[in-house]
Design a binder for this molecule. Structure first.
Ligand SMILES: [Zn+2]
Ligand SMILES: [Zn+2]
Length: 249
């Protein structure tokens, strides 16, 4: 048996082996539940190409959407990190495209987010600011900020996020708000403008008052800027559904 990291356990489902947190309360907000499989008796034909199933043409369930397909329409095995599968699992064409994008997010941006970046952090409208390292916690639920002090922001308590780009500050009329960036490619590793900061509004634990947090890239601008670009890929706007969906772009 392969080694199991601390706080995790292996569980077997009909779809495959999964490595999940021992305590469900520590599930990553990026995680997805396994779908209900469409019952065998409800699908005599492939839901993509309409091939009738028989002894030769067997049916397969897509592990991501739970629908029923013939071998040809559900042949791809693709990693599905959001469902915590240890190995790549069988998926339909539509789902495997989405999963491949997510694998990219896990391989690149998520690693950058966990690695952290150095920022000048201003809390509220205070005059004082402090250089801190900001990183995503291992369970993806918090932003940890560490400097002289430590504090954390729970992602599910973030109500708005703005990525600031070079030469712009809050209040500028052409500020890029998170939503306006949804279709924009201006902030990415290869983009023309570089992310220079982030403005967050969130409710601290146990409080209903919205707090403002401003991060500006500090010494290692390249790393911090990449960190912001990665953060930009996290779809904060879906937090209300309890899940952060890495944006497919
Ligand atoms: Zn088919
Ligand atoms: Zn599918």
């Amino acid at each position: 048996m392969s080694s199991v990291p601390d706080g995790k356990k292996l569980v077997r489902s009909p779809s495959g082996l999964r490595m999940v947190p021992e305590n469900g309360a520590f599930n990553s907000p990026f995680s997805l539940d396994e779908p209900q499989w469409v019952p065998d008796k409800e699908c005599p034909r492939c839901m993509q190409c309409d091939t009738k199933f028989d002894f030769i043409r067997r049916k397969h369930h897509c592990r991501r959407c739970g629908r029923c397909f013939c071998d040809k329409c559900c042949s791809k095995k693709v990693a599905l990190p959001r469902m915590c599968f240890v190995d790549p699992v069988r998926q339909c064409a539509e789902c495997s495209l989405v999963s491949q994008k997510e694998v990219e997010f896990y391989d690149k941006q998520l690693k950058v987010l966990l690695g952290g970046g150095s920022f000048v952090v201003t809390l509220g409208t205070s005059e004082k600011s402090e250089t801190m390292t900001c990183r995503l916690s291992n369970n993806h639920r918090y932003l940890f900020l560490d400097g002289e002090t430590h504090f954390e922001v729970e992602l599910s308590r973030i109500s708005s996020m703005q990525i600031l780009t070079d030469g712009m500050s809050p209040g500028d009329s052409d500020i890029h708000t998170y939503t306006s960036l949804l279709d924009s490619h201006c902030i990415s590793e290869g983009g023309t403008s570089r992310a220079s900061g982030m403005l967050l509004h969130y409710k601290p634990m146990g409080s209903q008052d919205v707090q403002q947090l401003r991060l500006e890239v500090a010494d290692d601008k390249k790393v911090a800027s990449l960190w912001l670009a990665a953060m930009h890929k996290v779809n904060i706007s879906s937090y209300s559904q309890g899940h952060f969906i890495p944006v497919n772009r």
